[in-house]
Write a protein that binds this ligand. Structure first.
Ligand SMILES: CNc1nc2cc3nc[nH]c(=O)c3cc2[nH]1
Length: 373
């Protein structure tokens, strides 16, 4: 299996910047992937997503297999054609959403059986079925193995059983994926916050061999400090010459601190979800635009941004839209937030390339964390 070329351009401490070359386009790293759960980045047209400088989006197998079903997406030409996105798409394997969204689910050696949170219908996800959905029916560019993510806190024995099952599922995922060179398969490291288990999981993944390696089992309630303490040892032991993808992360400060520990790829619903509720991410930290102090503030969110939502509307107008529960408010704030996350990654990449990441990191902490905007 010839993996997608991953060319590292520069590194600065553990931080690195490079390019992951895929058939549907080059992905600069470190990269943030907006989440397109049900074949849409919620509230945004794909022109807005492109204009935000996003290069790759994430699709959720769990949601799409339930509705409209992966078979229907296939009949309609696959996920790219169905939603009109011709750039790279990464799909997750569905296991995490089963555990977090479905009321009834049962994990055995062979598979996960669960009931749809939409209509209660019964479904099965096995490593083989998840690969079929992602690679053959949805046609995604980067496919994730099926894994088992334990909740936090986990006891060590339970976490070890889950990582060992995930490793066996990783082997089966790779066997089902076969040798394809137009798509990539990533393995997922587990082990909760136990260093010995993270090493055991990594050893198992390296024996199997993947195109990229995700760090699973984090952003599950452990908090920023415990996540960073775990990344201190679990990121650098993953192969330096392949992409490292931290699943489900995160807040801007999480991205900066994870890049500092060697992570290359991220995805999180935060920018779009928080935007829909009025939370706006800025260089000076998050604000809630519904706060009365913005009612007559006619300054834009970020005059230096090239995103119309950030540059061409006053905070007062956005305040009014959100207070009036106007849909346009959710659209513009979601657009601004994903553009901000992309602007953050652009600054991070430039800082690493210039050997100035340490300076950027301390500037960001002082500016973004200190001020209570
Ligand atoms: C929002 N936090 C979060 N989203 C995740 C998705 C995941 N998928 C597969 N495997 C994981 O361990 C995993 C962990 C995650 N944490």
């Amino acid at each position: 299996m010839t993996a997608f070329p991953f060319e590292l351009k520069a590194s600065d401490g553990q931080a690195r910047t490079g390019v992951l070359k895929t058939p549907r386009g080059d992905i600069p790293t470190p990269i943030f992937m907006p989440v397109g759960t049900a074949a849409t980045v919620k509230a945004l047209t794909l022109d807005m997503v492109r204009q935000s400088h996003a290069k790759i989006i994430l699709g959720n197998t769990y949601h799409l297999m339930l509705r409209p079903t992966a078979e229907r997406v296939k009949r309609l030409g696959g996920l790219h054609k169905f939603m009109g996105w011709d750039g790279p798409i990464l799909t997750d394997s569905g296991g995490f959403q089963v555990m977090s969204l479905s009321q009834i689910s049962k994990v055995t050696e062979d598979n996960v059986t669960f009931q749809s949170h939409i209509d209660g219908s019964r479904h099965i996800l096995s490593p083989e079925r998840s690969i079929e959905i992602q690679a053959d029916l949805l046609g995604s560019d980067i496919v994730m193995q099926l894994d088992e993510c334990v909740s936090y806190p986990a006891d060590e024995a339970r976490a070890q059983k889950a990582l060992q099952l995930s490793a066996r599922w990783g082997q089966r995922s790779k066997a089902a994926f076969g040798t394809r060179d137009t798509q990539a398969l990533f393995g997922i490291q587990q082990g909760s916050t136990f260093e010995a288990l993270r090493r055991e999981s990594t050893d198992r993944l390296l024996e199997i061999g993947f195109d990229g390696y995700a760090i699973g089992g984090l952003a599950v309630g452990e908090g920023h400090e415990a996540m960073c303490d775990t990344l201190d040892y679990c990121a650098p032991i993953l192969p330096w010459d392949r992409p490292r993808y931290l699943m489900g992360v995160g807040k801007p400060i999480d991205l900066v601190e994870a890049v500092a520990r060697g992570v290359d790829m991220f995805d999180c619903v935060l920018p779009t979800r928080s935007g829909r509720h009025g939370q706006v991410w800025t260089w000076e930290g998050p604000i809630n635009i519904k706060n009365a102090r913005f009612a007559e503030d006619d300054s834009p969110l970020d005059p230096s941004s090239d995103c119309p939502a950030s540059r061409d509307y006053s905070k007062a107008y956005l305040h009014h839209l959100m207070r009036s529960e106007e849909i346009l408010g959710q659209v513009l704030l979601s657009w601004h937030n994903i553009a901000f996350f992309q602007a953050l990654m652009i600054k991070i990449r430039a800082a690493i390339a210039a050997g100035e990441f340490a300076q950027f990191r301390s500037w960001f902490r002082e500016t973004h964390l200190a001020s209570k905007t």
